[in-house]
Design a protein around this ligand. Structure first.
Ligand SMILES: [Zn+2]
Length: 447
């Protein structure tokens, strides 16, 4: 370690690098990783050593699907609380969804409003998705130039009136515009006609809610999206995949060269329809949590690469909107702080490694967003780390969550994987679940 500029060395017997897990010392200067060295490498004079022993050092997670809702619906969540929850959970970068805040991120002026609100509150790095609405095609290129990471659209009602969905013709128009400047469209893929014709039985029964959001709605929307992406040679991303029936379509499209990527979420991968109690609308999200057999196929698809990423889709609301009626309750599951242990608990049970989890929750989401400085422990990347005790367990106590509303579908569950600390550009941002100072930066698309 001859580099005189090294100010910090972090060391562990288990460092997860792109080449595998090994004992290593990681040198940090100016907030960046300068070298990954032998475990016993000499610490330069003047540099601080943090030795994590046998705890695992992994790259800070990148969560590209977070609804922060700030400004406008900050009683649901906000940049202060959301980024503190992220830091406590081992996440060092979030991308904020364009809806549920007021204003939504659908013009450059709106983006500036959101950036100003986030700037002093960010405990982790924060970037923004733009929104594609029927009325804002002319705003897409300016938003792209202003640094949004891509554009989100809905194909069925979004749940908030200021963010209307696109029909197939509007989807084609927006997608052609976005493809014209090399952008990315990320899609809430549920077909409105299938939702309209599904049986609607409001009330507390989860089975009735599940029947109202059938797999066919996802399958059809994804099939249509693949057709549009193929025709335009567009780059598209399927948000929060729940229906395993869509996996063969996606695998075939990928094999054929269609530029499509896919994410799923901790709730689809760790919770099942069979276990949702009647009236327990903390489990409500759209598309819905499906049966255990469906979940098994989602895990197979992660293993074979049909599904690329796991991200939270953290979408909280206040308790009063989580009524006992599945038809009218707010649809969204709160999990920002718990995604890593929830996924690791299920992954290890199914024989997957922590390296797999890092690929799904850090490297792949970073690649999706073009975040070349995030998602891996290697020279040149930001010194963003989570320190995890993977063999330790804890029981989820809502009182320990940093989320503004401590409502969670994971309450009382015992999970593997305790996040001991989190580091952003070489600065510790959380210590045993307690966030420190807000040192996050606002990120813009780099390519
Ligand atoms: Zn979402």
């Amino acid at each position: 370690m001859a580099d005189a500029a090294v100010e910090l060395v972090v060391r562990s017997t288990r460092v997860i690098t792109p080449e595998g897990t090994r004992a290593a010392s990681v040198a940090v200067a100016g907030g960046k990783i300068t070298a990954v060295l032998a475990y016993e490498a000499e610490v330069p004079a003047g540099a601080r050593l943090e030795d994590f022993g046998d705890d695992v050092l992994l790259p800070g997670l990148v969560d590209t699907h977070v609804h922060v809702n700030d400004p406008g619906r900050t009683e649901w969540e906000g940049f202060w609380t959301a980024t503190r929850a992220a830091a406590a959970g081992g996440i060092t970068t979030i991308l904020d969804m364009p809806l549920n805040s007021l204003p939504p991120t659908t013009t450059v002026d709106h983006l500036r409003v959101k950036q100003e609100v986030a700037r002093t509150k960010a405990h982790v790095d924060v970037g923004f998705w733009g929104g594609a609405l029927p009325s804002n095609v002319k705003d897409l290129r300016p938003l792209h130039d202003a640094g949004v990471f891509g554009f989100k659209c809905f194909l069925s009602p979004s749940g908030v009136e200021e963010f209307p969905e696109l029909d197939q013709e509007q989807l084609a128009t927006s997608l052609a515009e976005i493809t014209g400047f090399g952008g990315l469209l990320i899609v809430h893929a549920e077909d409105p006609h299938h939702l309209e014709s599904a049986p609607q039985h409001p009330g507390p029964k989860y089975a009735d809610f599940l029947a109202s959001r059938p797999k066919d709605a996802e399958n059809t929307a994804i099939q249509n999206l693949i057709g549009q992406a193929r025709r335009l040679d567009a780059r598209v991303h399927v948000l929060h995949l729940s229906s395993s029936d869509a996996l063969p379509l996606i695998a075939a499209a990928k094999a054929e060269g269609v530029r499509i990527t896919v994410e799923s979420c901790p709730h689809f991968l760790t919770l099942t329809a069979e276990e949702v109690p009647d009236g327990a609308t903390e489990f409500k999200c759209c598309p819905p949590i499906r049966e255990a057999a469906n979940q098994d196929l989602l895990w197979d698809a992660l293993a074979d690469g049909t599904i690329d990423c796991i991200v939270s889709d953290h979408s909280p609301s206040t308790a009063d909107l989580k009524t006992g009626d599945f038809a009218t309750a707010w649809g969204g599951i709160s999990s920002l702080q718990l995604g890593l242990p929830a996924i690791w608990t299920e992954a290890r049970r199914r024989g997957h490694s922590l390296e797999d989890v890092v690929r799904w929750m850090s490297a792949a989401p970073a690649a999706l967003a073009g975040l070349a400085r995030k998602g891996a422990i290697e020279a040149g990347r930001d010194a963003d780390f989570a320190v995890l005790a993977p063999e330790e367990t804890f029981t989820v106590d809502p009182a320990e969550l940093q989320h503004r509303n401590r409502i969670t579908a994971y309450a009382g569950k015992t999970l593997h994987g305790v996040v001991k600390s989190t580091w952003l550009r070489g600065t510790q941002i959380a210590d045993h679940g307690t966030p420190t100072e807000p040192t996050g930066l606002l990120l813009e698309r780099q390519n």
